[in-house]
Design a protein around this ligand. Structure first.
Ligand code: PA5
Length: 442
């Protein structure tokens, strides 16, 4: 069976990548031996093996929710929802909702939009819905606010006892308000282990329960991730290790070529949220101490008609990493038309994917000519096994890359700044001094 492949051939020289060999080896050693910064957050490294004993229970809970619910609301923010959304959107129909696919999976707690929550509450009226409430800390404001609102609605619609059977919480084993609440109410719970950070938690119950609720094969996802765990491991030589090569190539472009922005590119709109997940993974892991590649993303060919001009001709601080899907899942042949009024008969008999592939190739060549280095991740097709490979590949490369950069890839101190101000502005008890200080600035 094929694996996903990484190639930097059109972006950076072999010598430039080879120059990072020792740094990559050191980074791999720090990850494997737990001797680097943030070494108490390395639980994700072996998660594809470690999670296996829990898969049956996760699947059983998903089966129950699938049987009982028309809609399942996944509550969480950042690493507590992006992974599940990324996988579900990549592997289910783009029109699942309109096709009446049950249960529909929707999200809350990833924003504080009052209109969003009003519309969600309206949608859920008179519907049998379930809630998966996810927060590692159990204290994050956005999901806590959404959970209170939706739990209240569920209890009003179903009664408190019936509602209990439709709520699952995923949180810390002991700490946090969500753990206290789940214990007191008697909800089914799963634990996010202390040594797994939010953005590295997609292969834990955080990602797996919602993914299983969407009817996807979590075993195949884990099989793929476990395969990449071997392929990207410390024993694979540098030259054959895709995570090592990707980490080295992107650091070379950043440090040696001054390419400060990486665009993750896809040609399948279903991958849009894989990019959102990737942006959080790399942005929160590397963007600190005044350093870090800025992770951005585009969906092509859509964004060639909006961002294409800048990418081709604007400031030359960009490089692109293209996720190239070898085989589309479905076949749509393009028909011949006798009148040919649209002039498209030159495409007759070709598959739509062939047109897409030529757009991909043509764009890569144009962007390289325009001074935007292009690297490529080739994924054989979009299924659970290969998405599992892709997730682990990105995680491992992120750990290596962060250590090459010299930062702690597993903390996120910068995320606290807005929270402190928000609590002070909202007069949260305990923030009196900050409250006075910030209000004086208004
Ligand atoms: O990667 C991270 O740690 C963060 O993005 C968290 O996932 C996010 O802030 C949500 O935190 P929590 O799960 O504690 O509610």
């Amino acid at each position: 069976m094929k694996d996903i492949q990484f190639s930097y051939a059109k972006a950076v020289s072999t010598e430039a990548v080879q120059a990072y060999k020792t740094q990559v080896a050191n980074a791999q050693e720090q990850l494997v031996n737990g001797t680097g910064l943030g070494n108490d957050f390395l639980g994700w490294m072996n998660l594809p093996s470690d999670i296996r004993p829990q898969l049956e229970d996760i699947q059983a809970t998903a089966n129950l929710l699938r049987k009982e619910c028309e809609v399942i609301v996944c509550i969480g923010i950042g690493g507590s929802y992006l992974g599940a959304k990324a996988v579900i959107d990549a592997l289910t129909s783009s029109f699942a909702w309109l096709e009446g696919e049950k249960p529909a999976i929707v999200y809350a707690g990833q924003n504080i939009g009052e209109d969003y929550l009003y519309e969600l509450q309206t949608l859920l009226k008179n519907k049998k819905f379930g809630i998966i409430s996810i927060s590692k800390s159990g204290t994050t404001t956005e999901p806590a606010l959404a959970f209170r609102l939706l739990k209240t609605q569920l209890e009003e619609q179903q009664g408190k006892e019936a509602a209990k059977q439709l709520i699952v919480c995923i949180t810390d084993a002991k700490k946090g308000a969500l753990r206290t609440l789940a214990t007191q109410e008697g909800y089914k719970t799963y634990v996010i282990e202390d040594n797994i950070g939010g953005r590295f938690s997609v292969l834990s119950p955080v990602g797996l329960l919602p993914i299983a609720c969407a009817g996807l094969d979590i075993l195949a996802l884990i099989d793929g991730a476990e395969r990449m765990m071997q392929v990207c491991g410390i024993d694979t030589p540098f030259e054959e290790n895709p995570a090592a090569q990707y980490a080295a190539a992107r650091n070379s472009l950043y440090a040696e070529e001054g390419k400060k922005i990486e665009l993750l590119v896809n040609y399948h709109p279903k991958l849009h949220n894989i990019s959102e997940w990737w942006k959080q993974l790399y942005g929160e892991s590397e963007g600190k101490d005044g350093k870090g590649i800025f992770p951005a993303s585009v969906d092509f060919t859509t964004d060639l008609h909006s961002m294409g001009q800048y990418i081709q001709d604007g400031e030359r601080h960009l490089f692109e990493t293209v996720i190239s899907v070898e085989q589309a899942q479905h076949t749509v042949p393009f028909p011949h038309d006798k009148a040919n009024l649209d002039g498209l008969n030159f495409l007759a008999g070709k598959r739509v994917d062939e047109v897409n592939k030529m757009a991909e190739l043509g764009t890569m060549i144009a962007h390289i000519d325009g001074g935007v280095p292009n690297m490529k991740i080739t994924i054989p097709t979009l299924n659970e096994y290969y998405i599992g490979q892709l997730l682990y590949f990105f995680e491992r490369a992120c750990g290596i890359s962060g250590y090459i950069l010299g930062v702690n890839p597993f903390n996120q101190p910068g995320v606290e700044a807005y929270k402190k101000n928000m609590f002070a502005l909202l007069d949260k008890p305990g923030y009196e001094a900050e409250s006075a200080a910030i209000k004086a600035r208004l």
